[in-house]
Design a protein around this ligand. Structure first.
Ligand code: SAH
Length: 418
């Protein structure tokens, strides 16, 4: 996942597969992706396995946040209670961030437990909560009803509070630098499991647990921005992720009342799903995890590139901009001697500019590194040069910083969409 360390070196000696001395314009080695300390699952064709279908598992209980407002009313009636109680429950859940019957004093005491049990079953059980020293970042580890583990990370920035959410337990995209992919896909998260991460984070904020608040500030605070950069590939769990987004943007008390523009959906580049997303006309921010502008390297870094090549993914990203008017983000984790060569910055700039101007910005971010492994962050001077070349080509570029290293809470990319 985003928030776990990337690749762990289990102590085996590392042998970077460096080839040649690089190109004439860039006299640095080319390190090729290779896993260390774990084996990437390969298919009969010798390529990394991609899992789109989830293994069969028991479904989590149905929850208010899985349902439309009409379905909520119908379900409350099914429970033998008056339909208007659904709206009261929604207010408790989305606005007051509570599932505690004792706090629902506007509901008849005799019905509270039954309503909560039927409509607000517990979905996420807290396993661990880690905080940075200054308290402005909290990482949550949650257990789902079937024992699957997922994480979310809450981060305060000046003027906004961002939550990085998971959309799947595990991930089937098998990227060699990402910790989540190592165990493959456990299952898709339900709509309510996705939404509940936000409600739980809002509850933590309301309880005063996120540090860094301005002194004297009294207005209640909530998560203002969401990035789908936790565990999982959101577009491989398309319907549930979109239902979660609809609930996030639905006005209170039917949803969280958030702005679609403050929600970022990040993908490895599932082109048909990107096209579908563009057609939804929900103006979420779209991020493409590119990490290499050339198919030769991207085939190895992002195995799904074997299905949809760099140019197809970039065309889909550009089409997303055309459909929504929303500037697209390109995510680019800078990995030492692997994808950080100056010629790659130039090639990236060329490919983006070929598709027009003003439609895209690039977010390079240092790889969340594993000391002593080939999966190391680029040197600062190399990062600066990479950014300089993109900017010289007229591409807006922001080098991102990582957050929460001390709590193992940053691959850095968490904040990248910001
Ligand atoms: N599957 C989606 C979203 C989850 S990952 C996607 O790939 O976009 C969110 C971001 O974290 C992606 O850009 C991903 O490439 C990046 N990432 C994963 N492992 C990382 C690491 N070790 N260091 C830096 N970024 C990483």
């Amino acid at each position: 996942m985003a928030v776990e360390r990337g690749i762990r070196n289990n102590g085996a000696p590392t042998t970077p597969r460096a080839t040649g001395a690089g190109t004439a314009t860039d006299a640095r080695p080319q390190v090729r992706p290779a896993t260390e300390g774990w084996q990437q699952k390969l298919g009969p064709d010798g390529r990394p396995v991609l899992q789109f279908a989830e293994p069969k598992r028991g479904k989590p209980p149905v929850h208010l946040a899985d349902l439309t407002p009409e379905q909520r009313t119908a379900r409350v009636i099914e429970l033998g209670l008056p339909g208007f109680r659904a709206k009261q429950l929604s207010t408790h859940y989305f606005t007051h961030c509570t599932t505690d019957p004792a706090r629902m004093t506007d509901l008849p005491a005799a019905q509270r437990d039954e309503l909560v049990a039927g409509m607000l079953p517990p979905l996420l059980t807290e396993v661990r909560r880690l905080r940075t020293d200054n308290g402005d970042t909290i990482k949550f580890l949650w257990k789902l009803h079937d024992g699957a583990l997922v994480e979310s990370v809450l981060m305060r920035y000046p003027g906004r509070i961002t939550l990085c959410v998971s959309s799947q337990a595990g991930c089937g995209m098998n990227c060699p630098f990402c910790a989540t992919g190592q165990a493959g896909l456990t299952r898709n998260m339900s709509t309510a499991e996705i939404v509940d991460q936000v409600v739980q984070a809002n509850a933590a904020i309301a309880a005063g647990e996120l540090g860094g608040k301005k002194r004297g500030e009294t207005t209640p605070e909530r998560v203002s921005n969401i990035v789908f950069m936790g565990m999982g590939e959101p577009l491989a769990n398309y319907n549930r992720v979109m239902d979660a987004v609809r609930t996030m943007v639905a006005p209170q008390p039917h949803g969280l009342g958030m702005s679609a523009r403050h929600i970022t959906v990040s993908t490895v580049g599932l082109v048909p799903a990107i096209e579908k997303l563009a057609a939804e006309r929900i103006p979420v921010t779209f991020a493409l995890s590119l990490h290499a502008p050339d198919d030769e390297l991207r085939d190895e870094l992002i195995p799904v590139n074997s299905r949809w090549k760099v140019d197809e993914a970039l065309d889909a990203a550009r089409a997303y901009f055309d459909a929504t008017g929303r500037r697209v983000s390109i995510e680019y984790a800078l990995i030492k001697d692997m994808n950080d060569h100056a010629w790659r910055a130039d090639l990236l700039a060329k490919k983006l500019t070929e598709r027009g101007r003003g439609w895209v910005h690039v977010n390079p971010i240092p790889l969340n590194p594993t000391p002593g492994s080939i999966w190391t962050s680029s040197e600062p001077a190399v990062m600066r040069e990479f950014v300089r070349r993109l900017e010289a080509a007229g591409i807006p570029t922001t080098l991102r910083d990582t957050r929460g290293k001390e709590i193992d809470g940053a691959c850095g990319q968490l904040a990248a969409a910001e």
